[in-house]
Design a protein around this ligand. Structure first.
Ligand SMILES: [Zn+2]
Length: 126
């Protein structure tokens, strides 16, 4: 009995992955806007009067909230860059190919991480 292998990137599969990337892309944009808005809120809440955190009881709380949001934002931005890169590789027709060794990236890996730019071997190598 023949069976289609799961690790082949068919056109259907590529189209699906591309849609998935575009969906992730717009989700991320929304999320990033929300986080940027939160950063502005924290900035506003801190205000000029509380520039000296040590004498402001609310200072430390706002600071930790700030670093939390800044951390999440940085993570989202990194993912956003990865997604942009993947969409760019679609444009160039190199999507699904490891950017380091040039071998095909396992389709199962792309299902889990559509923005993966390294094959599993290179990713493990770090
Ligand atoms: Zn590789």
């Amino acid at each position: 009995m023949t069976r289609l292998t799961d690790d082949r990137l068919t056109d259907d599969r590529l189209a699906h992955l591309r849609r998935e990337l575009e969906r992730l892309r717009s989700e991320l944009d929304t999320e990033l806007k929300r986080m940027t808005g939160s950063l502005d809120d924290v900035r506003d809440a801190r205000g000029d009067a509380s520039a000296d955190d040590e004498h402001d009881p609310e200072g430390p709380t706002l600071s930790s909230e700030w670093s939390r949001i800044a951390g999440v934002t940085a993570e989202l931005q990194a993912r956003s860059t990865a997604i942009d890169g993947a969409l760019e590789r679609f444009e160039r027709g190199t999507y699904g190919t490891c950017i380091r060794c040039g071998l095909p990236i396992d389709a199962g890996r792309l299902d889990a991480r559509p923005f993966a730019e390294l094959c599993i071997t290179c990713a493990r190598r770090g």
